[in-house]
Every structure is written in structure tokens, then in C-alpha cells.
Write a protein that binds this ligand. Structure first.
Ligand code: FAD
Ligand code: DHB
Length: 392
């Protein structure tokens, strides 16, 4: 027998977007049920993003979620951009914009969100199979099974927070959906190591490919190097990885790198992708379910948070003040911000990666782009504004 549940909002996906939305709706007295395909332990271990915009931290703070972040996060006021082992541009975000980035891992944010969920005793089903949204125009509901038991969640709205491979986006008819996609012929090999990070947040471009030195804590480093899309983690011993880091980094910064055994290693493909509209009938999309950016701009999680911010505001207006206007505008409001992050992520990816088969002419254009940035403070200011993100 199918168990029936009634709620205001059914949320498919218990990643950062889904869990933050559920938390913020709860603060506004709006009921939700989160339906997550993976077991909770898997979701809590997943290692991904690290850099948060000030606007993202503001949203987390307003939602009462920054207790641990305020103790553990590392403020990053400057970004270093190295080019061909020669010039280094130091982009002073704070001087240009009065704002900065915050290094705090997505794994920690997810843990904070699940801890808040447990305190509030909201409804969440993890490890579910066959989640499926239905009747998006009239009486929306979501079916799924867990441990052999079938469930049916009736709701006023469904929100698809189920990432790029989820079921929500593809339940919008293809006649309505328009998609833009750019797949890159390389990925990022990410390594987590229990060693002190470089003090700088360092992005570097080398003929061998991109390098990023990031951090999770004063004793935990996160590094990435560009690798061919067909590479496997097993192709990259720790030794080979650290050699690539040294080779791609200007020698004057070598003494800042502490090497050590990896505690996690994974390869992420790079893709730019946007699907419009972000609303169809009573289904809304938020986060990676609607858009993906290559991580070079550190924008994906920040966009997931801004989508949730707009959607929560709109649902609060609808459920608590009987005003549907913001819900109707949700897609167009969110997409302006999405496209600006897609744009910056593409520009930085082009500037800092080695593109296989690139012509000498294209390489010259890249050198010129970097030269312009290096020598012109107004261009640096524009980049700094894009990097810290539009105001919400
Ligand atoms: P997800 O995190 O993908 O969560 C979706 C959830 O839905 C998952 O838990 C999944 O299990 C679940 N799900 C999927 N399908 C189903 C289904 N059928 N039924 C039920 N549940 C389902 N962003 C930044 O802002 N800053 C950074 O520094 C940054 N660095 C990154 C580095 C790397 C290497 C990568 C790969 C990404 C990075 N990102 C960064 C991007 C960021 O990690 C994502 O944008 C973010 O995870 C999006 O959150 P989400 O909740 O929308 O999607
Ligand atoms: C991370 C940091 C970044 O600045 C970025 O662009 C991508 C990922 C990180 O720390 O994981």
C-alpha cells in the first residue's frame, strides 16, 4: 500500500540547495519534505566546493547557519593569478569591492544543514529510489520508494534541487525547455591533503594546464590540476600530482607548498550548462538541476544559494502574504545572476586552461587578455566585482 503524505513543498534532492531551502522554508513556517536518492552518509562525505561569496555567507547567517563557519572559515581578501610561471596578478578583492571570499568547504556546509535539520525534526527521506514528479500543472505530487515501501507526497509546489543528473529538469517537456551547453575537453583532478595550505588562493595557467591551490583549514589543503577528460584517478600517483603542482607554479612560490599524502582524489568533468525556464507549472528548479558552471569561477554553490534565496523569498510572499508575483518572476530574477556567473566562469576557464589543439593566434589573444588585466586597475576592479558576486 502506498503511504500518502501532505506538505506545502516537496523538494527532490538533499544536497546544499534542497537542504537550505527546506531550512529557510521552515523558518517561515512553510512545511516541506526532502526526498534524497543517496544515503545520508554518502551525502555528508561528498567533497566539492570551497569558496563562498559574501552574499552566500550573508544568506547562511540570516538563516542562523554560521555558528561553525564563523569559528572555522578562512577569509580570503586577495586572489593570486599566475601566468606561464612568469607574471602574477594579485587581485585585491577587498580594496576594489569592500568584500571578499570565504573558504569553507561544501562538506562542512552540508554537515551544518543536516545538523540543523535534525534539530528541527523536519521530514527527510534519504536512500530513496525512483523519485518522480507528477501532474506539474494542476495537482503536483512526488512518488518514490524507500526500503520497498511506496510513498506519494502531495504538495502545492515541487522544487527540483536534484543536481545535473536528476529527474526534475527532464520532467519539463522538451518542447518547452531550451538548453545551452559547452563541454570542455578536460577535467579537474582534485586532491585533499592534511598539510598546511599555501597562504594565497592561487590560480595558475601553464602550457601543461591549469592549477589551483585552495584550502579547507589551516592544516588542510585542497589542490586541483587540469587533466585530460579521459584520465582516471589511478593515472595520478601522489608523486605525479605534486610534480605537476610544482611545474605549473612559478618557482618563487614553491617554498609555500607543503606536500603530503592525499586523503581524497577525484576527477570532475568541466561543463557550462543552462536550462530555461526554471519554472514549469508548479515545478521550480534550483541549483545544479538548472545550471552548471566550470568550477574555475567558484560559482556553482553560490548560485545554488542565490536561487534558494530568491525562491524562499517568493514562497514566503505566496504562503504568508498571498502574493504570487515573486514566484512568477523567480526564473527571470535567478537567471540574470546565473548568466553572469556562466559568463565569468567561461572567461576564467578560457584564460587559465590549456585547450588541446589551440592555435598560436588564440594563445596570443590569451596573453593579451592577461596583459590587459595585469596593467589596468579598472579591469582588475571589474574582475573583482564579478569574482565577489552580484549583490542579492
Ligand atoms: P548537488 O550538490 O548536486 O545536490 C543534488 C542532490 O540531489 C544530491 O544529493 C543527489 O544525490 C540528489 N539527487 C540526484 N538525483 C536525484 C533523484 N533522482 N532523486 C532524488 N535525489 C536526487 N561552487 C562554488 O560556489 N564554489 C566553489 O569553490 C566550487 N568548487 C567546486 C569544485 C569542484 C571540483 C566541483 C565539481 C564543483 C564545485 N562547485 C563550486 C560547484 C558546487 O559543488 C555545486 O554547484 C553544488 O554542489 C550545487 O548544489 P546542488 O544542491 O544544486 O546540487
Ligand atoms: C575551490 C576553490 C575555488 O576558488 C574554485 O574556483 C574551485 C574550487 C575549492 O576550494 O574547492
Amino acid at each position: 500500500m502506498t503511504l500518502k503524505i501532505k506538505t506545502d513543498v516537496a523538494i527532490i534532492g538533499g544536497g546544499p540547495a534542497g537542504m537550505l531551502l527546506s531550512h529557510m522554508l521552515d523558518l517561515s513556517g512553510i512545511k516541506s519534505v526532502v526526498i534524497e536518492q543517496k544515503p545520508r552518509a554518502y551525502v555528508l562525505e561528498r567533497i566539492r566546493a570551497g569558496m563562498l561569496e559574501s552574499g552566500t555567507v550573508d544568506v547562511l547567517r540570516q538563516a542562523g547557519l554560521t555558528g561553525r563557519l564563523d569559528r572555522e572559515a578562512i577569509i580570503q581578501e586577495k586572489v593570486h593569478y599566475g601566468f606561464q610561471g612568469k607574471e602574477t596578478l594579485i587581485l585585491d578583492l577587498k580594496a576594489h569591492t569592500g568584500r571578499w571570499l570565504t573558504a569553507y568547504g561544501q562538506t562542512a556546509i552540508t554537515q551544518d544543514l543536516y545538523a540543523a535539520h535534525d534539530k528541527a525534526e523536519r521530514m527527510l527521506f534519504d536512500g530513496v529510489a525512483d523519485a518522480q514528479p507528477h501532474d506539474l500543472m494542476h495537482s503536483p505530487h512526488v512518488t518514490f520508494t524507500k526500503e520497498g515501501q511506496a510513498y506519494d507526497v502531495e504538495c502545492s509546489y515541487i522544487v527540483g534541487c536534484d543536481g545535473f543528473h536528476g529527474v526534475s529538469r527532464t520532467s519539463i517537456p522538451t518542447s518547452v525547455r531550451k538548453e545551452w551547453e559547452q563541454v570542455y575537453p578536460f577535467g579537474w583532478l582534485g586532491v585533499l591533503a592534511e598539510v598546511p595550505p599555501m597562504p594565497e588562493l592561487f590560480y595558475a595557467r601553464h602550457t601543461d594546464g591549469f592549477l589551483l591551490a585552495s584550502k579547507r583549514s589551516p592544516t588542510r589543503s585542497r589542490y586541483y590540476v587540469q587533466v585530460p577528460a579521459c584520465d582516471h584517478v589511478s593515472d595520478w600517483s601522489d608523486d605525479r600530482f605534486w610534480q605537476a603542482v610544482y611545474k605549473r607554479l612559478s618557482t618563487e612560490f614553491h617554498h609555500r607548498v607543503t606536500t603530503g599524502p592525499s586523503i581524497e582524489k577525484s576527477i570532475a568533468p568541466l561543463r557550462s550548462f543552462v536550462s530555461e525556464p526554471m519554472q514549469y507549472g508548479r515545478l521550480f528548479l534550483a541549483g545544479d538541476a538548472a545550471h552548471i558552471v566550470p568550477p574555475t569561477g567558484a560559482k556553482g554553490l553560490n548560485l545554488a544559494v542565490s536561487d534558494v534565496y530568491y525562491l524562499h523569498r517568493a514562497m514566503d510572499a505566496f504562503f504568508n502574504h498571498d502574493n504570487p508575483n515573486l514566484l512568477e518572476e523567480y526564473g527571470s530574477t535567478a537567471l540574470r545572476r546565473v548568466w553572469s556567473s556562466v559568463n565569468l566562469s567561461w572567461k576564467l576557464t578560457k584564460l587559465f586552461h590549456a585547450f588541446p589543439g589551440e592555435s598560436a593566434f588564440e594563445q596570443k589573444l590569451r596573453e593579451n587578455d592577461f596583459d590587459l588585466l595585469l596593467d589596468h586597475p579598472p579591469m582588475q576592479a571589474a574582475m573583482a566585482y564579478e569574482k565577489v558576486g552580484l549583490r542579492l
